[in-house]
Every structure is written in structure tokens, then in C-alpha cells.
Design a protein around this ligand. Structure first.
Ligand code: UFG
Length: 323
């Protein structure tokens, strides 16, 4: 298929581009490089532009024909979304609408959306299934839930087909060492520990040590970025076969606490992680863990790289070699 990938120079986008190219899809990347990196662009035609700029989006669609769109480009920092909700709503909603409208005008109707576990809010049941009520509480999660509602309307009114992939905790790096995680500022757990060990961060904090979990620290469902990327390829295949639309969790159904991650990092790197205890970060919930039954049923997807050793080893290799 001919696929437009927005945010193709970002962390998950670039890993997905690699998997798509491997399957011989024709890829066009659209990225404004606000957080994407030139180093993460592999092959494929590149349009540098902003999805907020309707004309720039229109230009891509008038120059090229697409069979499907994978929409990664988004603001993703939960903490920042509390401080500046206007920025999050305008960016994440308007950019998605500009894209959907150009798709509609040019008859492109297959859409894979980067959604998030954040759409569920505080989990009422663990593991979280896709039928869990949506009750996001941070503006980031709300913006993702709004786009999901918009997609349902586009399906009803215009015959769009979509797969909305609700990511749990993306982590790890390309096992070939070509791609990795490059956020600035970095807020995620695993890269923060590794950057601290490499002397690129002065301190490492554990946010929350009094959660109602076995060791008092927050439990998350870490999924290797290559497994996420593989799921996008499968989602596109389903759309090519004219499947019904779906919302799918991407997680492993295995939870690990912050302290368990620290111990694993110590084991793999052979270095001691010294940390400072801090209060709970705003909006952090005690446990997030995905049911992956629907991903297996609908996409035929199973995690293959998401054992915690592979996640941490590939991330460590990447961070050590890419100063
Ligand atoms: N943490 C630390 N120290 C750090 C960084 C994180 O203790 O330096 C803790 C956090 O407080 C949290 C856990 O490690 O308890 C995981 O934190 P991450 O920032 O790695 O991931 P989150 O679970 O907060 O966020 C992820 C995605 C978001 C998504 C969210 C909710 O990155 O996009 O899950 O689904 F919104």
C-alpha cells in the first residue's frame, strides 16, 4: 500500500516506518520536526510541514495518492497537557481534523490512529479491556478520546475505516541499533534511568512510593516499540481487507513496578541505580495493565520483543551508542 505516516520521524513512527518498508509498502513521511529527528528518518519521501497548516496538508494529498494514513504526530507529554491544555486540544484535535478532511476530499478512507491507555482514566478493572469505560482525566488523554469519537462519526458519515491503537507504555529500541527513543525533555521511566546512569541526567527520581501495590511503586505494562510497530502493519493489513473499525489495546498483560524496573536495569547494566524518592506525579495511577485478547483475536498480534530484558537491553544499547 501507499501509506502516509505523520510523525514518521518520531519514536514509534520511525520504528513503524522501518517495519512498513520491510513489508514493501511505499511510505511518505510528514513531520514538522518539533520533536521528530532527522536521524530517525529512514527511507521514503519526506514532507517537512505542520499538520496545523491546512494548506501544507492539502499539498501532500494533491501531490500524492495514498491508500491509508498512519497518524502518529501528536503532543504527548501528560504533565505539560495539564499546564497548557489549550495547546494540547488545539494541536491534537485540529491537526487530526486537517488530516481527516484532506483524506475525505481525496477519497482516502483507511486510518490507523495512535491512541493511548490514557483514554481509560483511573482503571476500574485490571486488566483493562477495550470495553472499559472511557474516562480520561488529563487533557492529553481527553484529546485522544475526542479524536476517537471523531473517527466514529467519520466512519458513520463518510465510510471511513479505522483502527485506533491504544498504546500502553512504549519502551525499548530497534534491536538492529538504528532507531531509538529521543525525547526532549525525556519524562519516561526507562530512558530516565538509563540517561542518569550514563551521566546525562544529574538525578533520577522515583515518583510515588506509597501506592497500593506490592512494593508501593507504580505498576505499568511495558511494550517494546518494535511490537507496537508490528501491530501497525497488521492493522493496515486488516484495513486493506476491508475490516470493520476497531479500538485495540497494545500491551502485554504483564505489570512491572518502578522498583522492579530499577532492579532489572541494575542486572542488565551491572550498575547501581541511586534514586531519590519524590511525591506522586500529578495524574499517575497505581496500576495500568492491558488485556491483549482483542489484539490477538482481531490483529493476530502477540508481543515478541516485550520481555523486559529485551526492552531494557535494546534501550541501553541505543542510549550508550547514541550520545
Ligand atoms: N517514573 C519515575 N521516574 C521517572 C519517570 C517515571 O518514577 O523519572 C514513574 C512514573 O511516575 C510512573 C512510571 O514511572 O509511575 C511510568 O512513567 P512513564 O512516564 O514512563 O509512563 P506513564 O505511565 O506516566 O505514561 C505512559 C505514556 C503516556 C500515557 C500514559 C497513560 O507515556 O503517553 O502512559 O496511559 F498517557
Amino acid at each position: 500500500m501507499k501509506i502516509l505516516v505523520t510523525g514518521g520521524a518520531g519514536y514509534i513512527g520511525s520504528h513503524t516506518v522501518k517495519e512498513l518498508l520491510k513489508k514493501k509498502h511505499e511510505v511518505t513521511i510528514f513531520d514538522n520536526f518539533s520533536s521528530g529527528k532527522k536521524e530517525l528518518v529512514l527511507k521514503g519521501e519526506l514532507f517537512t510541514g505542520d499538520l496545523m497548516d491546512k494548506k501544507a496538508v492539502e499539498k501532500v494529498f494533491s501531490q500524492k495518492k495514498f491508500d491509508a494514513v498512519c497518524h502518529f504526530a501528536s503532543l504527548i507529554a501528560v504533565g505539560e497537557s495539564y499546564q497548557d491544555p489549550g495547546k494540547y486540544y488545539s494541536h491534537n484535535l485540529i491537526s487530526s481534523l486537517n488530516l481527516l478532511e484532506s483524506m475525505r476530499q481525496h477519497g482516502v478512507k483507511r486510518f490507523v490512529f495512535s491512541s493511548s491507555a490514557a483514554v481509560y482514566g483511573i482503571p476500574r478493572e485490571i486488566p483493562i479491556t477495550e470495553s472499559h469505560p472511557l474516562d480520561p482525566f488529563n487533557p492529553y488523554g481527553k484529546s485522544k478520546a475526542f479524536v476517537e469519537r471523531i473517527l466514529e462519526d467519520y466512519e458513520r458519515a463518510y465510510g471511513f475505516r479505522f483502527v485506533s491503537l491504544r498504546y500502553f507504555n512504549a519502551a525499548g529500541a530497534d534491536p538492529d541499533g538504528r532507531l531509538g527513543e529521543l525525547h526532549d525533555p525525556e519524562t519516561h521511566l526507562i530512558p530516565n534511568i538509563l540517561l542518569f546512569l550514563l551521566g546525562k541526567k544529574n538525578s533520577f527520581y522515583v515518583f510515588g512510593t506509597d501506592f497500593p501495590t506490592d512494593d508501593g511503586t507504580a505498576v505499568r505494562d511495558y511494550i517494546h516499540v518494535k511490537d507496537l510497530a508490528r501491530a501497525h502493519v497488521l492493522a493496515l493489513k486488516k484495513l486493506e481487507d476491508d475490516t470493520e473499525s476497531a479500538f485495540i489495546n497494545l500491551g502485554t498483560n504483564r505489570g512491572l513496578s518502578v522498583l522492579e524496573i530499577i532492579r532489572k536495569v541494575e542486572e542488565i547494566t551491572g550498575r547501581k541505580v541511586r534514586y531519590i524518592k519524590k511525591p506522586v506525579r500529578k495524574g499517575d495511577v497505581p496500576v495500568l495493565r492491558a488485556s491483549r485478547d482483542k489484539a490477538e483475536r482481531f490483529l493476530g498480534w502477540k508481543p515478541a520483543f516485550s520481555d523486559i530484558k529485551t526492552i531494557i537491553q535494546t534501550a541501553w544499547d541505543w542510549h550508550s551508542k547514541h550520545p
